[in-house]
Design a protein around this ligand. Structure first.
Ligand SMILES: Cc1cc2nc3c(=O)[nH]c(=O)nc-3n(C[C@H](O)[C@H](O)[C@H](O)COP(=O)(O)O)c2cc1C
Length: 327
């Protein structure tokens, strides 16, 4: 029977399943091999950008998908809509969440829940914040893969919002597409899903955190760590407390600073890109905002960063800074 799904009977929330008749252009491509469990794609989208990314994920994974909708549809009038979005985000900061029409009874069938949203005024769009708030206990212990679209703004504030709304979920690397990168949705989604799949298969100690927090001038953003002996040693050091590093710019491509400790090296010929975290010569911590090729140890990647501008934005631009690392 189809009534045994995780969606509350009598509720309007029904997932679009891959075989659904009338499904348009979403013929599944080759599903990724060796998928460990089932996935659900949740998204909210007002002008279709986030929805396009959601559909691409669903096409690759051949999984269920559900739109998270506000209880009261947004105004067609653009300015009225902007005003309401601002009011809702202000209310959320006071702990008052807008009503959403979408309710999922349980997520038992799903290991990974993809959560997609547009950035509104630097934040996660209000309907998705309200949905996560209402479903935090059902999402505990699930793997959450965030994806977001924006005009140009970064996603680190919204990642922080998601992590505090769902403190007991495990967060993967984030996918962020901007106006400039939306046309590359297809290859970027595919590459991202392959990385998620690889990390999922690699993780021998799933209870171990793979998230690093970086704080610059009071703002915190996150990175997803690689699994190697270098990051293991770094995590052991950070388990004892945060580590602050004075960093300066080098070669118009990176910030570099001394860790004050030596970590095991896992050097390989590597081409870096914006957001890559690198261990250089065992004792220097490097944050890349541009590309370079060298024999490096990869430590991880800043979440949701695709471009030099986005990485420099998180670092407060070019110039000397103190970065504090914590788990
Ligand atoms: C209310 C509102 C606020 C927005 N705020 C931002 C913002 O702060 N930064 C940004 O880069 N884009 C902002 N945008 C643009 C959207 O994030 C962007 O167009 C996104 O891709 C829309 O996704 P959608 O088509 O799925 O709704 C905003 C859009 C709306 C409607």
């Amino acid at each position: 029977g189809t009534d045994d799904g995780p969606f509350a009977p009598g509720q309007p929330s029904q997932p679009e399943t891959p075989g659904k008749p009338g499904g348009d252009d979403d013929e599944p491509a080759e599903p990724l091999p060796g998928g460990r469990g089932r996935s659900l794609v949740l998204y909210c989208s007002r002008t279709g950008n986030t929805e396009r990314v959601a559909r691409q994920i669903r096409t690759v994974l051949d999984c269920d998908m559900l739109e998270v909708e506000p209880a009261v549809p947004y105004e067609d009038d653009y300015n009225a809509m902007l005003e309401r979005a601002q009011e809702e985000l202000a209310a959320i900061r006071q702990g008052d969440y807008p009503a959403v029409a979408t309710y999922v009874e349980h997520f038992d069938d799903y290991d990974t829940v993809f959560v997609g949203y547009p950035i509104w005024y630097g934040s996660m769009a209000s309907p998705m914040q309200a949905f996560l708030y209402a479903h935090a206990s059902e999402l505990a212990g699930k793997r959450i893969a965030l994806f977001a679209t924006s005009g140009s703004s970064g996603v680190s504030a919204s990642v922080g919002e998601a992590r505090s709304l769902c403190p007991d979920a495990e967060f993967t690397e984030v996918l962020h597409l901007t106006q400039n990168t939306l046309e590359e949705t297809e290859p970027r989604v595919t590459a991202w899903l392959e990385r998620l799949e690889a990390n999922d298969n690699d993780s021998e100690e799933p209870m171990q955190t793979n998230t690093l927090e970086l704080t610059v001038e009071g703002s915190t953003f996150t990175a997803t760590l690689e699994e190697n002996s270098s990051t293991q040693a770094l995590k052991e050091r950070l388990a004892q407390g945060p580590l602050s590093i004075r960093m300066s710019d080098y070669g118009d491509m990176e910030k570099v600073g001394s860790l004050g400790i030596s970590l095991p090296r896992n050097d390989r010929q590597t081409t870096t890109g914006p957001g890559d975290l690198i261990l250089y010569q065992g004792d220097s911590f490097v944050i890349y905002y541009d590309t370079n090729s060298w024999n490096f140890t990869r430590l991880g990647r800043v979440d949701g960063v695709a471009t030099r501008e986005e990485m420099l934005d998180l670092l407060g631009g070019v110039g000397e800074i103190t970065v504090t690392l914590s788990l």
